[in-house]
Design a protein around this ligand. Structure first.
Ligand code: PXG
Length: 458
C-alpha cells in the first residue's frame, strides 16, 4: 500500500473544519489559512512547503535546548517501554519522579527542597492559589486569602491562572477574576513611565503594592505573584529599582512572594531561575516550559521551606493533585533535559557569552527609525515599533503594524512574535553566535520591510 502525506492545502482544510486552536479567532483564521509546521531540527522549524524558519521564540518560550535532541527522544522511548504510566497517589511513587524532584532541589536556590508536579504552568498556578490559602489557614490566619497580581501579567489560562493573570480580554470572557485576586499596575516604563526616570518609576510602581496592601489590610493579603520579566505581556523588563522595593514590601508585611518562573526559569535570563537574576527570595516558584524544553508537558511548583515545612508538618492531606502529577515519561524527559542544560553549560553560556552577544546586537536595532526602545536580558528581548521615536508616539491603530512585522518575519524565515506593536524574541538557549548573526540579519531586514508598510499608515 502506498501512503502519500496530505499536501498543505489538505491539512489546512481539515484543520479549518475540526481543530479549535487556542487564543484564536476562528473565523479570521479560516480566511487566512494556517502554516503547517511539520518537523524541526536545532533552532529551525520546517513547514509542509519545505520552508526553513529560525525559531526565535523557542516554540512558545519553551524549547530551551533546541529541537531534535536524541537524549530526550531516547529517555522518552525507554521510559515508555519500562513504565509508561503510574500514579503517585496511594503510597506509590516511581524512580523518574523521585530523580527529577531530587535534581530540581539541586539546581534550585537554597531553601527549595520540595516540588509539587503538575502538567502545565496554568496548573502550577492553580496549585499556588490553593497552597497559599492552605498555608495561611494552617498558620491560623485564615483571612490572608487575597493574592495581589499585576495588570498585563500572564499566569495561565485555567480559571485560577487567568484570574491571577492581568489580561483584560481574558477577564472579560468568563467573569474573571474570581474573588480574592486583585491587580496593581505594572512596571512598564516605556509605555507608562511618562516623565519619570526609569528608577523613579520603578519605585513608584513597586509602592503600588504597598498601597494596595495597606488598602486591603496587611492581615488580609496572602501573597504577591509576579513574573521576574513579564513575558506574554510584551517582555516588560522592570527598572532596576523595582524588585528590591517589592522584596522589601513583601518582607515588611509578611506576605508570601510567588515568583512565576514558567518563562524565566531554566536559563533564560542567564541564571537557573529569574529570581536569582534579581536577587529575590521567593516562597513559591511555579515552573513549566523550559523544565522539559517543551518535549512533553510538565510543570510544577517549587515549594520553599517556609511553606513546605508547615504543609508537611501540620497540613495533613492536601486535597489536590492530577492524574498525571509526576508523569514518568515527562519526568524522564525533564531530567534528561536538565542534564543537557548542565552538561552543555547553557546557563553559563547565556550568562557570559551568547546572552551578552545577543543583547549587544539586539541593541543595534535601536538605531532603526521605527524602533523606540530595545530591551532584554539574557535570551529574551523586545523592541517597540513607534511612529515618533522622540515622543514615544505609538502607531494607530495599535497592534496592526506588529502583525504586519510578524508576518514579514515569517516570510523572511524568522519567528519573531508581536505583542501589540512590541516585537519579542525568546530563542532556544543553544543558539551559537552564527545563529544570532542570522537572527539579526533577518531582524534588520524585517524592520526595513516593515518601515515601507508603515509609510502607508497616517
Ligand atoms: N506562567 C507564565 C509566566 C506563562 O508565560 C503560564 C504561566 C501558563 O503555562 P501553560 O503551560 O499552562 O501554558 C505561562 C504560559 C504567549 C503565550 O502568547 C504565553 C504562554 C502561554 C500561551 C501563550 O506568549 N505562557
Amino acid at each position: 500500500m502506498t501512503h502519500t502525506a496530505p499536501d498543505t492545502g489538505s491539512w489546512q482544510d481539515l484543520d479549518r473544519r475540526h481543530f479549535l486552536h487556542p487564543f484564536t479567532d476562528h473565523r479570521d483564521l479560516a480566511g487566512r489559512g494556517t502554516r503547517v509546521i511539520e518537523r524541526a531540527e536545532g533552532p529551525y522549524i520546517f513547514d509542509t512547503d519545505g520552508k526553513r524558519i529560525l525559531d526565535a521564540m523557542a516554540g512558545l518560550w519553551c524549547v530551551n535546548v533546541g529541537y531534535g535532541r536524541r537524549e530526550l527522544i531516547d529517555a522518552a522511548a525507554e521510559q515508555l517501554a519500562r513504565l509508561p504510566y503510574y500514579n503517585s497517589f496511594f503510597q506509590c511513587t516511581h524512580p523518574r519522579a523521585i530523580e527529577l524532584a531530587h535534581k530540581l532541589a539541586r539546581v534550585a536556590p537554597p531553601g527549595f527542597e520540595r516540588v509539587f508536579f503538575t502538567n502545565s504552568g496554568s496548573e502550577a498556578n492553580d496549585t499556588v492559589l490553593r497552597m497559599v490559602r492552605r498555608y495561611w489557614d494552617l498558620r491560623g490566619q485564615p483571612y490572608r486569602k487575597t493574592i495581589i497580581s499585576r495588570v498585563n501579567a500572564f499566569h495561565g489560562s485555567t480559571v485560577a491562572g487567568a484570574s491571577l493573570g492581568g489580561m483584560a480580554p481574558m477577564h472579560a470572557q468568563g467573569d474573571l477574576p474570581i474573588p480574592g485576586i486583585v491587580h496593581i499596575a505594572q512596571p512598564y516604563w516605556y509605555a507608562e513611565g511618562g516623565d519619570l526616570s526609569p528608577e523613579a518609576f520603578g519605585i513608584e510602581r513597586a509602592r503600588a503594592l504597598e498601597r494596595k496592601i495597606l488598602e486591603l489590610g496587611p492581615h488580609n493579603v496572602g501573597a504577591f505573584i509576579a513574573e521576574p520579566i513579564q513575558g506574554a505581556g510584551g517582555v516588560i523588563v522592570p527598572p532596576d529599582s523595582y524588585w528590591p522595593e517589592i522584596s522589601r514590601i513583601c518582607k515588611e508585611y509578611g506576605c508570601l512572594l510567588v515568583v512565576d518562573e514558567v518563562i524565566c526559569g531554566f536559563g533564560r535570563l542567564g541564571s537557573w531561575f529569574g529570581s536569582q537574576h534579581y536577587g529575590l527570595e521567593p516562597d513559591l516558584m511555579p515552573i513549566a516550559k523550559g523544565l522539559s524544553s517543551g518535549y512533553l508537558p510538565i510543570g510544577g511548583v517549587l515549594v520553599g521551606d517556609r511553606v513546605a515545612d508547615v504543609l508537611v508538618a501540620e497540613g495533613g492531606e492536601f486535597h489536590h493533585g492530577f492524574t498525571y502529577s509526576g508523569h514518568p515519561v515527562s519526568c524522564a524527559v525533564a531530567a534528561a533535559n536538565l542534564d543537557i542544560i548542565e552538561r552543555e553549560g547553557l546557563v553559563e553560556r547565556v550568562a557570559s557569552d551568547t546572552g551578552p552577544y545577543l543583547q549587544a546586537r539586539w541593541r543595534e536595532l535601536a538605531e532603526h527609525p521605527l524602533v523606540g526602545e530595545t530591551r532584554g536580558v539574557g535570551f529574551v528581548a523586545a523592541l517597540e515599533l513607534v511612529r515618533d521615536k522622540a515622543r514615544r508616539t505609538p502607531f494607530d491603530p495599535p497592534g496592526r503594524l506588529g502583525v504586519i512585522a510578524r508576518d514579514i518575519a515569517v516570510c523572511e524565515g524568522l519567528v519573531m512574535r508581536a505583542v501589540r506593536d512590541t516585537m519579542i524574541i525568546a530563542p532556544p538557549l543553544m543558539l551559537e553566535r552564527g545563529h544570532i548573526d542570522e537572527l539579526m540579519d533577518k531582524a534588520h531586514r524585517v524592520l526595513d520591510l516593515t518601515a515601507r508598510e508603515a509609510a502607508a499608515f497616517t
